[in-house]
Design a protein around this ligand. Structure first.
Ligand code: IP8
Length: 248
């Protein structure tokens, strides 16, 4: 049973203050994961995290997005360095919670072809899983044929890995308790993008990879259904429940 869990960048960082962790939230998430593993839940777990206040500002300063590339090696190191720094914090909190976490940096594990398709080599992830580790990936810069480097978001990594690993469960831990309707109530189930398009707004901080609408659209394309939920529901998700909004 393979589970892919995305920890949203806005959950684990203070999205409005440059390169600032939300350490309490990160530690709580790490503890929830550690507790689940100790109880024998979420056996084959892959963690992916977003950037939040790390990476996005660097990317936007250098004019790099998922489609707009750069050949500037300094830009590459600046963006990757910010994401690697955040990944280091995530790993340290997971290790402190007894999670056997290992980094897998997308920069060195894949590329985009000329048409922008992502080709991620999942060999390290599957082998780490088989050997009992918890691979931890993140949004990153990635080589892009004809464009230098572009951004790959954590969400894109989640959807790509979900297919490659034939994941059974996909969870996106976000700051909100699910996808919200016009009255801020959690929508229990989404099967069709058109039905919710009008209530899905854009993200309000600097986010070069695009908010809730993009998440829902990508998750609807997957074989397995996915859950979007808030940090308070992380333990429930890892225990096998479907908190928040179920997509697809
Ligand atoms: O927060 C972004 O990852 P995301 C990674 O999952 C960047 O969109 C900007 C380098």
């Amino acid at each position: 049973m393979t589970t892919i869990l995305k920890l949203g960048g806005s959950v684990i960082t203070d999205k409005d203050r440059a390169e600032t962790l939300d350490d309490a939230a990160l530690e709580a998430a790490a503890e929830a994961i550690g507790n689940a593993l100790a109880r024998g839940q979420a056996a084959d777990l892959v963690v992916v995290h977003g950037g939040g206040s790390f990476g996005h500002v660097n990317a936007s300063d250098h004019g790099v997005s998922t489609t707009q590339g750069s050949h500037d090696v300094a830009a590459l190191h600046d963006i990757h360095g910010a994401m690697k720094a955040l990944n280091g914090f995530v790993l340290s909190r997971l290790l402190a919670a007894d999670v056997p976490a290992v980094p897998v940096h997308p920069l060195s594990a894949g590329a985009r072809t000329g048409d922008g398709s992502l080709e991620l080599n999942a060999a390290a992830v599957t082998t780490f899983l088989g050997e009992g580790f918890v691979p931890v990936l993140h949004g990153d810069v990635i080589a892009h044929e004809g464009a230098g480097v572009t951004i790959v978001s954590g969400d894109e990594i989640v959807t790509d890995l979900a297919t490659a690993l034939e994941a059974d469960r996909i969870g996106l831990c976000s700051t909100v308790p699910g996808v919200l309707d016009g009255e801020d109530a959690v929508i229990e189930r989404i099967d069709d993008y058109g039905a919710v398009e009008s209530v899905l707004g854009a993200s309000d901080s600097t986010d070069v990879t695009g908010g809730m609408a993009a998440k829902v659209r990508a998750l609807l394309g997957l074989e397995a259904s996915a859950s979007i939920f808030g940090p308070e529901a992380l333990e429930a998700f890892l225990a096998g429940e479907r908190p928040g909004t179920t997509i697809g």
